[in-house]
Design a protein around this ligand. Structure first.
Ligand code: GTP
Ligand code: SPV
Ligand code: MN
Length: 608
């Protein structure tokens, strides 16, 4: 078999062409194709995918230019157990990451990638994370044998010729290699047919932080395969950020305009996967006098500006959002943004060629084809859409997108929120005593696990800064980096708050209505930033004074409000003990200021 021609555009730099050649020599694709990012290219790929049965075209009248993909049942979420940080030293990955020795891992990867693309096309995707050419933006090139990845990357990032031009101009770029691990031809030339969702039981999602490289094998789903997202924009970027004095965070970004004084505020919020970032990013406030616009829904890159404030950009260009639970009631903006030009993965198909998922309508359709491709009726025992089914849509299809969402300079942050899914103990909103206490709050976040990753859904786990699966280095060093950034920002630092939309009553139902009403605690946070209200010192932070949280027009009684803010010293003493145990695994890497914060928490518990 002769090697596939490289086909590199004339301006492709030599180091990139050489890498493409090197990967092609190993993976042995039938062809190499360089993506230009054009609409014609996209349309051709969509058509090929429909013809191959990879994509189902949805009803053109109901949902123009939109498609449904169904994954293999074994490939439905990120696989944290197969995600590795391959730093030279194990302690640089830290106790919360899977570490693999880089030389040994490279050997393993060379083994599985040998011939992995036989019979397939290898796509070369130059891409930019962040606006093209922006100071905070970064470039990358993903090599993949998946058309699904190409068309999703086209929505989620800025791909094609312009990104390649920037790479050609000499800017640094990150290598991101991906294969689904399902060659169509084996070593002795025997062919097999392709399938709708090729993948491999053996999976490796690997990161080499010292050389800014990503190598991913065996999965086609979300963060495992769209390498600009978690692998680059969080794991690799977090290590770059630590080296260069910035921050890469699992945060949405909001712009809030207060009608009363036309003042603008910017907020970033870190919640674990499937805990409400996309929802909050498109908040429709239930209180008057607030305009909320979207800057980003999942990732934030933040840097101190020349004025000393912290500026944030959204490095992504689209949303890869959780479908179940998205409805006219919970997130009308997201829902409307999906009216056209959307890729759906693992949702259900209606009889008229449209999509459905749990929570979309209160009444279930009489018949569907479920995410596995089987007939489904309301009597079926399994959900019609997979709990981690997703939509992929360009960010500017959201009606709430902020006009300045692509400002390469970013937006100045006033507020940072940390949240999780906690049935007990954590109040609706509390302000940290200072940045250091805010870092303690972020470091100790715990949350009930969701279907966004493998693992047991519902079990409580620590998810510091919502970065547990996404920090590319030792979590304790990351906390120190946050403390250091606070020292740099000084009194220009955003104020840090903790929120919890998910507290439950004795009967197991949510105490707080959530969604649009989340504007209320945010309104209070803004009042704190502006200095318009005082707060009550409490165990976990500073709480709104009675009457300061705007509950006008809300059907929540006094007793429920008390329960939403209740802090039980005994339960908090247990939280503190668990935090001590949790901190212990970081040994002497744990910043002393965080043990100091734990001691202060214990003092407040003792005084309560
Ligand atoms: P990733 O994309 O995985 O990072 O998730 P995300 O944080 O963007 O999650 P998303 O906004 O998609 O929310 C996931 C789930 O949380 C959906 O089922 C929502 O209905 C639910 N949710 C979001 N906000 C609220 C809220 O205020 N209250 C309650 N009870 N549920 C909420
Ligand atoms: C998450 O799990 O936090 C996501 C989805 O945003 S994925 O891109 O699959 O990581
Ligand atoms: Mn996420």
């Amino acid at each position: 078999m002769t090697a596939a021609a490289n086909n590199a555009p004339t301006n492709a730099p030599a180091d990139l062409v050489a890498w493409v050649d090197e990967v092609a020599a190993l993976t042995k694709p039938a062809a190499i194709y360089w993506c230009d990012g054009s609409e014609a290219e996209r349309d051709r790929l969509y058509q090929e995918m429909v013809d191959a049965g990879v994509f189902i075209k949805l009803n053109e009248d109901k949902r123009p230019n939109s498609y449904l993909a169904r994954s293999a049942a074994s490939d439905v979420a990120r696989v944290e157990s197969r995600t590795y940080i391959c730093s030279e030293k194990e302690e640089d990955a830290g106790p919360t990451n899977n570490w693999a020795e880089p030389t040994a891992m490279r050997e393993t990867l060379t083994g599985v990638f040998d011939g992995a693309m036989r019979g397939r096309t290898m796509y070369v995707i130059p891409f930019s994370m962040g606006p093209l050419g922006g100071d905070i933006s970064q470039l990358g090139v993903e090599l993949t044998d998946s058309e699904y990845v190409v068309v999703n990357m086209r929505i989620m990032t800025r791909i094609g010729s312009e990104a390649l031009d920037l790479i050609a101009s000499g800017k640094p770029w990150v290598k991101a290699l991906h294969s689904v691990g399902y060659p169509l031809v084996d070593a002795d030339g025997t062919r097999r047919d392709d399938i709708a969702w090729p993948c491999n039981d053996d999976k490796y999602i690997t990161h080499f932080p010292e050389t800014n490289e990503i190598i991913s094998f065996g999965s086609g789903y979300g963060g495992n395969a769209l390498l600009g997202k978690k692998c680059f924009a969080l794991r690799i970027a977090s290590t770059m950020a630590r080296r260069d004095g910035w921050m890469a965070e699992h945060m949405l970004i909001l712009k809030i305009t207060r009608a009363a004084d036309a003042k603008e505020f910017y907020l970033a919020a870190a919640f674990p996967s499937a805990c409400g970032k996309t929802n909050l990013a498109m908040l429709q406030p239930t209180i008057p006098g607030f305009k909320v616009e979207t800057v980003g829904d999942d990732i934030s890159w933040m840097r101190p500006g020349t004025d000393g404030r912290l500026y944030a950009i959204n490095p992504e260009a689209g949303f890869f959002g959780v479908a179940p639970g998205t409805s006219v009631k919970t997130n009308p903006v997201a829902l409307a943004s999906l009216d056209h030009d959307t890729i759906f993965t693992n949702v259900a198909l209606t009889d008229d060629g449209d999509v459905w998922w749990e929570g979309l309508t209160s009444e279930k359709p009489a018949h569907l084809i479920d995410w596995k491709g089987n007939d489904w009726t309301p009597e079926s025992s399994e959900p019609a859409a997979h709990p981690n089914s997703r939509f992929t849509v360009r960010a500017d299809q959201a009606a709430t997108i902020a006009p300045n969402w692509e400002d390469p300079a970013g937006v100045p942050l006033d507020i940072i929120l940390f949240g999780g899914r906690r049935a007990s103990n954590i109040p609706l909103v509390a302000e940290s005593y200072d940045w250091e206490h805010g870092v303690f709050i972020g470091a100790t976040v715990s949350s009930e696990q969701t279907a966004a990753a493998e693992g047991s859904v519902g079990s409580l786990r620590r998810d510091p800064f919502a970065m547990l699966p996404f920090c590319g280095y030792n979590m304790a060093d990351y906390w120190q980096h946050w403390l250091d950034m606070g020292d740099v920002l000084g009194d220009k630092a955003p104020k840090i708050f903790q929120v919890n939309w998910f507290r439950k009553g004795a009967d197991g139902s949510f105490l707080w209505p959530g969604f649009g009403d989340n504007a209320r605690p945010i309104e209070w946070a803004i009042k704190r930033v502006v200095g318009e209200v005082d707060a009550d010192a409490a165990i976990s932070g500073q709480l709104p004074k009675k009457g300061d949280l705007n509950v006008e027009g809300l059907d929540v009684d006094e007793a429920t409000l008390d329960a939403i803010f209740a802090l039980d010293p005994e339960a908090w003493a247990k939280e503190a003990d668990l935090t001590e145990e949790y901190f212990a695994q970081f040994g002497d890497k744990l910043p002393a200021r965080l043990s100091g914060q734990l001691a202060k928490l214990r003092e407040r518990i003792a005084q309560a």
